[in-house]
Write a protein of this length. Structure first.
Length: 214
């Protein structure tokens, strides 16, 4: 039951996605599963914040807890990357929503790949991350751009469905219109429900008067 004023008590937590200009990091791997993105020992929390430090934990850190200097996100050029360019079937494995939470908490707002696992792909949209599917040749072009390090600044315009590389080259991408509108407006599942708050409140009031014993 949604009580009057619930929109104020339980607002949508999802950040809008319109345009993004950020450094792109190249993660040149295929079949990156959700356990690689956020290992199972970090799934005890239900908080969406704080998981960024454990993103790609087993690849980012050595057994003694120190940083792995060879991992891309530990290198100075990509420490503050906001875009991840990666290989096919990203996000496969178990259906943990902590995976997009960890990416978002680190600062990744967009992942570009030739393909994604379905559940991970859907979870990205529910958490304010834009997953972009492109043909392999376009991913390869962006991967080349991302290898430039701090000069690998890529701009993404969701409304126009365009990606512009550091040299100004443009790549168009496709996206489901409904999911696009949800990202542009910052609508997660709660936000979508609260669009009908007046109707829900009216229904609850009528039911309370007609069935006060409930």
């Amino acid at each position: 039951m949604l009580a009057p004023g619930a929109g104020k008590l339980f607002p949508s937590h999802m950040q809008k996605f319109d345009k993004l200009t950020a450094v792109a990091a190249p993660l040149e791997m295929i079949n990156v599963d959700t356990d690689m993105i956020i290992p199972k020992q970090f799934l005890k929390t239900i908080a969406r914040s704080g998981l960024g430090k454990n993103l790609f934990d087993e690849m980012r850190y050595l057994p003694d807890g120190s940083e792995n200097p060879d991992f891309v996100l530990n290198k100075a050029a990509w420490r503050k990357a906001g875009i991840l360019v990666t290989g096919a079937n990203f996000g496969c494995g178990s259906s943990r929503e902590h995976a997009p939470w960890a990416l978002l908490d680190f600062g990744i707002r967009c992942v570009i790949a030739p393909s994604f696992a379905d559940i991970f792909y859907n979870n990205c949209f529910k958490n304010g991350i834009l997953p972009i599917i492109l043909p392999q040749e376009d991913v390869d072009r962006l991967m080349d751009d991302a290898r430039r390090g701090a000069n690998a600044v890529v701009s993404i315009d969701l409304a126009a469905q365009e990606i512009r590389g550091p040299d100004g080259g443009m790549i168009r991408f496709e996206i489901d219109p409904f999911r696009k509108q949800c990202l542009l407006n910052g609508w997660d599942d709660i936000g979508l429900t609260l669009r009908n708050e007046k109707d829900i409140t009216s229904f609850e009031e009528k039911r309370r008067l007609a069935q006060p014993w409930l």
